[in-house]
Design a protein around this ligand. Structure first.
Ligand code: PMV
Length: 297
């Protein structure tokens, strides 16, 4: 048997604004980050084997292979990743997008980006249930995206870059699917209140887009989005306490993805006018911190 091997590299993401409400049709702004996942698909005579630093507890590798009609028993899949699992950095979507890309190359099937995105989204739904598609869009298209469910996405080209910190508030106990389902059941009980919050978050997301395009500060708007997400019930106590401490120091703070309430809330975006000072303070504390940059042409 001729050995065949294909490889794809995909990136993670953070949501600058609009997580959760994007499921209900509001816009989101998602930014690709320079943490990546490399997926290799190769022929295997030993049967299906996944070699991974990334725990695939939901069977997304198999699901993605089946979307391409690849019999999992015929391949070995290797996943190398610097993306933490379940921390709001899009690792599930990156996994699906990576397998679809490497898998399509493996069977020599040409995919348009749109087809790649659709297949990755279908596979990712196994993990997220009612997914808006924003995470697979980020994995497939990269860069800084304006995403509205069911509409053409837009690439945002910025003249400037924005530096921020990602602070790990702890791995959430809940999956993204559970967080989305939790909000859905609150929505059924408190529709008016939830709709008001969705509209307010949508408005902030639009204001963030304007600020990004005008190269002005987004710190206070990101913080407003962060507070509204707290009201929406997707941020846990530990992250809220940290947020208040950071806000007292002049930071803008919000979770970077689905959040979590029982334990950690995943990665949190922290912005400040003097970011280096805050960075040093955080490095001396208990929370892992990663500086990142978004935007730029
Ligand atoms: O991948 P996460 O955990 O950052 O969450 C994705 C964003 C959500 O809005 C919570 C869900 C979705 O499908 O849009």
């Amino acid at each position: 048997m001729n050995k065949k091997i294909t490889r794809a590299t995909v990136r993670g993401k953070i949501l600058l604004s609009g997580e959760h409400v994007v499921v209900y049709g509001q816009p989101a702004i998602v930014a690709g980050i320079d943490r990546e996942m490399v997926v290799t698909v190769e022929s295997s005579e030993q049967g299906f084997l996944v070699v991974s630093q990334h725990r695939d507890g939901l069977g997304l590798v198999e699901e993605s292979l089946r979307r391409l009609n690849i019999d999992p028993e015929t391949v070995r899949v290797t996943i190398e990743s610097t993306l933490p699992v379940g921390s709001g950095m899009g690792s599930s979507a990156a996994l699906c997008a990576g397998i679809i890309k490497a898998g399509a190359d493996y069977i020599e099937r040409q995919l348009t980006d749109r087809e790649w995105f659709e297949l990755a989204w279908k596979a990712e739904k196994k993990a997220h249930g009612n997914s808006s598609g924003v995470d697979p869009a980020a994995a497939v298209y990269g860069g800084l995206l304006w995403y509205v469910r069911g509409s053409e996405l837009e690439h945002l080209k910025l003249k400037t870059t924005y530096s921020l910190l990602l602070v790990q508030t702890g791995k959430p106990k809940e999956s993204t699917g559970e967080m989305v389902a939790g909000l859905s059941s609150r929505y059924k009980k408190q529709e008016t209140r939830c709709k008001q919050l969705f509209t307010r978050i949508g408005k902030v997301t639009r204001q963030i887009r304007v600020a990004l395009e005008q190269s002005t500060s987004i710190k206070d708007l990101v913080d407003e989005n962060g507070r509204l997400l707290e009201e929406l019930g997707v941020v846990g106590e530990k992250a809220k306490i940290l947020s208040e401490t950071l806000r007292r120091k002049g930071c803008g703070v919000k979770i970077a993805g689905a959040g979590g309430v029982k334990k950690g809330s995943g990665m949190m975006i922290v912005m400040h006018d003097e970011l280096d000072t805050i960075h040093k303070e955080l490095l001396a504390g208990d929370y892992p911190v990663y500086p990142i940059t978004v935007g730029g042409v």
